[in-house]
Design a protein. Structure first.
Lengths: 606, 342
């Protein structure tokens, strides 16, 4: 296996002809026995992966991509079974291989990096012990030298202070470090094939990239081939030479990554390429927005010159939006602050701070001096990684969390001093859509009841009028009205999120706070929901506060973007400005971590 | 037709549990030209054509129960005993406390099962018909089991609801009360209650009921606390719903599942506990009272010559408890969201 490090570069030019690929799956068929009979999860799936190369299997949830990978490593769930086809690995058919033989191959020759580093390490066992287990099982270390080998392996996975870390428990490590530990375990035995099943989906973007780099670097050194399972086309294109696209259990298209992206043949691949936010990132139909709303709603007048630069004054400092923001001369208008009263922003947040006292330590600032404005009829996004305070800020605006200090005004009124009656009014004008449509709908209620609930709570109309309104709302979010007697558990993720949106729209609010509304959804569905949100904004003149960790998604929907880090606002500007000319170093890092991004951010790096 | 609806799996574990993978939305702006139509049509059970009645969590659980052999077995056992208990006046050959065979008893010999045609399961030492006593015993044992569990459930739900809904100091106070209840031994409680109320079935019911309160209170409280952190509660809060509405129509209905399961399982232990307390003589009544635990008490001295006197009531207690346990465990499985995907 000499010169494996160069294999990738070499292969991109001339596909190597090998007698037999390292992994070859032919006409694979996997069935699951369920309460409702047998369900075919994978049908006639074929793929081949040569030694030292990277192959990405792309698909949505339920496409069978993970099932295919799990079949290859012999780890199908108890009710799953390979019912047809062959899986040849290293010249040996793995289908029907006895478990004892399979165990030798697993870990020794095929490594696995699972999706969720939080649940895939044993919480009661030290990191080092878990790595040692693998090494000892496959006799790559003896009792005597195992400790040294563990440190070696952890160091190779890029874990600093490996000696100390190996004596720690999983909960003492960050998500990124845990994933590194899992990579260390997977690669400890220098396997010939590494299956990485959504290895970074549970991690923050900036960490994602580092982890992927680590996997790439290590596998290159070892000459290990990678089977990368991902839902993210951009990430797949960036990391793999070859792609296989799966849809509903079937391989719909396969080929070299570049070719597949540039010239997708299958309609499904085409829609996937089109929907992938990181590949085609522009604000969704910006003309439609400015054009249509300019007449109906006086507010967005200031948005006409929108594609140009209207940066905030000194975007680099925290609290980037002081109420007395000086206005850029060349432009004549600031962010959302025009002349007349009706261009007054819908929401003004000033110096909002939330402090959680920590026993025996420094106070924890979940949000510190956050200031921003939401002009009427626009979308303002807050972007940040987990723990950046974006959700805290949104929940303070929703009056779900009481801020420690600072002020919020909504339509000229102070939100924090509302009395009971005013709060009731405020609740009707400000609605929310939450991240996880699987938990944001009461599982005991029918869809119709969920959407009707706000109408009942605020006594809007009689039973008949309410029913008509529910039908109207379902129509607005493109749900068939026949679904109103269904329960949330019977709906797909996208349908559930539509229900949540319909519920938010029921009282005809002015502002909707969307807290990561699409991050739990598949790419195509994500795209549909974002389009729906855009259409509704145009139709109803809504304002959005959009919370997301995903810059690529944010770009599709936002007029203004605020970047948060560790509770502080580090940069705030128009969407275009953030994406074409990021000022803060952290924003640049975030941008650079969008997988497969084609945004010329080098120009912004001064 | 709703039987055929697969619960939409997908979601976080969608890849591994392909039970009716969620189809892309059949909506929004023709994003999937060509594929949308076929995808929707191919989706199993996705019939958006006419109005469809959905399957609620409970209905779904019922459908699952119906397919589970263990659940069926449990249900059949429980139904059988319930039927016997209800129909006791009709099917029992003799009244519960009657001693029709008193003349057949001789010192050193008690007629056993099959010995005398008019007493198919034999006689006890007072000359009572064992079959009749078992039948009447089913009535009193089940009655004690059901009433005591209902008492425990009611008390536990009230305390659990208070603790779960209000939290804070209310939670603290309620849970300390529960701790105190928990620290009093079951038996001691029964003896004290019997001392106050006099021996009798009520003392047994109250004693068992009170001893069950902590289980239900803790269970409902923890279940409510975990439901309270769900996003749908957050959504209800942003709608501005009152705390009462949120608690009673959102949190509580979603929290009672485990409590119901526990109640079914508790019925089994209640029947056993009732027998145990009667065995110790706390159930009151006369020696010939038809009650399984009481029957066991008097079987002791005759164990050598009439083993069926211990064996038959013991079997009844065990089988009843088994029936409730099977039913409860299957119900737990049917309501478990993790097993719903399958």
């Amino acid at each position: 296996m000499s010169g494996m490090g160069d294999v990738r570069a070499e292969d991109e030019r001339t596909p190597r002809v090998e007698p037999e690929p390292l992994l070859q799956i032919r006409d694979l068929q996997v069935d699951f026995t369920t309460m409702h009979g047998s369900v075919r999860a994978v049908e006639d799936a074929s793929l081949s992966l040569e030694a030292g190369r990277t192959l990405a299997v792309v698909g949505e949830s339920g496409s069978g991509k993970s099932t295919t990978a799990m079949a290859a490593i012999g780890l199908l769930a108890g009710n799953g079974k390979v019912t047809g086809g062959s899986i040849r690995f290293n010249g040996q058919d793995l289908v029907g291989l006895p478990e004892s033989r399979m165990r030798d191959i697993r870990g020794r020759q095929i490594g696995l990096v699972p999706q969720d580093p939080m649940s895939n390490l044993n919480p009661v066992s030290r990191i080092g012990t878990q790595v040692a287990e693998t090494l000892l099982t496959h006799r790559l270390a003896t009792r005597r030298d195992v400790d040294a080998r563990v440190v070696e392996v952890l160091e190779a996975a890029g874990i600093p202070e490996a000696g100390r870390r190996s004596r720690q428990y999983p909960h003492e490590l960050s998500g990124g470090l845990r994933q590194r530990a899992l990579i260390a375990v997977a690669l400890a035995c220098r396997p010939r094939l590494l299956i990485a099943d959504e290895p970074t989906s549970a991690l923050d973007v900036t960490v994602q990239q580092v982890i992927l780099d680590q996997i790439e670097q290590m596998t290159q050194e070892l000459g290990t081939a990678i089977l990368l399972i991902t839902h993210d086309l951009g990430l797949a294109a960036e990391r793999a030479q070859d792609l296989v696209v799966m849809h509903r259990g079937k391989v719909v298209e396969s080929g070299p990554a570049a070719q597949l992206l540039e010239d997708p043949q299958h309609p499904y691949t085409r829609s996937l390429v089109r929907a992938a936010p990181s590949v085609a990132a522009v604000r969704l139909a910006p003309e439609a927005f400015t054009g249509a709303r300019g007449e109906d709603h006086p507010a967005p007048a200031q948005r006409e010159g929108h594609p140009g630069a209207r940066p905030l004054p000194d975007g680099g400092t925290a609290g980037a939006l002081p109420a007395s923001a000086p206005v850029r001369a060349e432009d004549g208008r600031g962010w959302g602050r025009g002349a007349g009263a009706d261009t007054e922003p819908l929401v003004t947040i000033t110096d909002l701070t939330k402090v959680y006292p920590v026993r025996g330590g420094d106070d924890f600032y979940a949000a510190r001096n956050v200031s921003l404005e939401i002009p009427r009829g626009t979308t303002v996004s807050i972007v940040g990684e987990s723990g950046s305070g974006k959700t805290t800020t949104a929940r303070m605006l929703l009056r779900l969390i009481e801020p420690t200090s600072g002020s919020i005004t909504f339509d000229g009124r102070d939100v924090l001093t509302l009395d009971r009656r005013e709060l009731r009014d405020f609740r009707q004008r400000v609605q929310a859509v939450f991240q996880d449509p699987y938990s944001s709908l009461n599982p005991m209620f029918t869809v119709g009841r969920i959407i009707e609930e706000p109408l009942i709570a605020y006594k809007r109309g009689g039973a008949r009028e309410r029913r008509d309104r529910v039908v109207e709302l379902m129509d607005q979010v493109a749900l068939p009205s026949s679904m109103h007697r269904r329960y949330p558990a019977e709906l797909s993720g996208g349908q559930r999120q539509r229900v949540a949106i319909a519920r938010a729209l029921a009282l005809r609010p002015e502002l909707i706070v969307c807290d990561e509304p699409v991050s739990a959804l598949d790419v195509l569905v994500q795209d549909q929901i974002l389009t729906l949100l855009g259409d509704l904004q145009q139709e109803l003149g809504l304002s959005y506060l959009f919370i997301s960790h995903d810059l690529a998604v944010v770009r599709l929907i936002s007029d203004y973007v605020c970047v948060m880090k560790d509770g502080e606002l580090v940069e705030a500007a128009t969407s275009e400005e953030i994406f074409t000319n990021p000022r803060h170093a952290y924003t640049r890092r975030l941008l650079a971590s969008i997988p497969g991004n084609e945004l010329g951010i080098e120009t912004g790096v001064a | 037709m709703s039987v055929n609806l697969p619960p939409a799996a997908g979601g976080p574990t969608g890849d591994l549990t392909p039970g009716g993978s969620p189809a892309p939305d059949p909506a929004s702006g023709g994003l999937l030209p060509g594929t949308t139509g076929t995808v929707v049509a191919a989706g199993p059970g996705r019939d958006d054509g006419g109005p469809v009645k959905g399957t609620s969590v409970w209905k779904d659980a019922f459908l699952r129960l119906r397919r589970n052999p263990a659940a069926i077995a449990g249900a059949v056992i429980v139904a059988l005993f319930l039927l016997v208990a209800v129909l006791a006046p009709l099917i029992a050959p003799y009244p519960g406390e009657a001693v029709p065979g008193a003349r057949e008893i001789t010192p050193g010999h008690i007629p056993g099962p099959g010995e005398l045609p008019q007493f198919p399961l034999g006689l006890d030492r007072f000359g009572g018909d064992v079959l009749s006593k078992l039948i009447w015993g089913a009535q009193s044992s089940l009655m004690i089991g059901v009433v005591s569990t209902a008492l425990g459930l009611a008390g536990g739900m009230v305390l659990g609801l208070l603790a779960g809904a209000f939290g804070g100091w209310v939670d603290g106070v309620v849970m300390r009360i529960v701790d105190i209840l928990l620290s009093v031994p079951n038996l001691l409680l029964a003896v004290s209650i019997a001392a106050v109320l006099g021996q009798g079935p009520y003392a047994v019911m109250i004693a068992i009921g009170v001893s069950q309160v902590p289980i239900f209170a803790r269970l409902l409280r923890s279940s409510m606390l975990s439901q309270k952190s769900a996003d749908y509660v957050l959504a209800a809060q942003t709608l501005g719903l009152s705390r009462r509405t949120i608690t009673m129509s959102h949190v509580l209905p979603n929290s009672v599942g485990p409590v119901i399961v526990q109640a079914t399982l508790t019925l089994a232990t209640a029947v056993i506990d009732a027998a145990a307390l009667s065995f110790l003589g706390l159930g009151g009544g006369r020696p010939e009272t038809a009650e399984w635990g009481r029957m066991l008490t008097y079987a002791q001295s005759e164990l050598g010559i009439a083993p069926w006197l211990a064996f038959l009531p013991g079997l009844c207690i065990a089988v009843t408890a088994l029936g409730f346990t099977l039913l409860g465990e299957s119900l737990r499985e049917a309501l478990d969201p993790k097993s719903r995907a399958r």
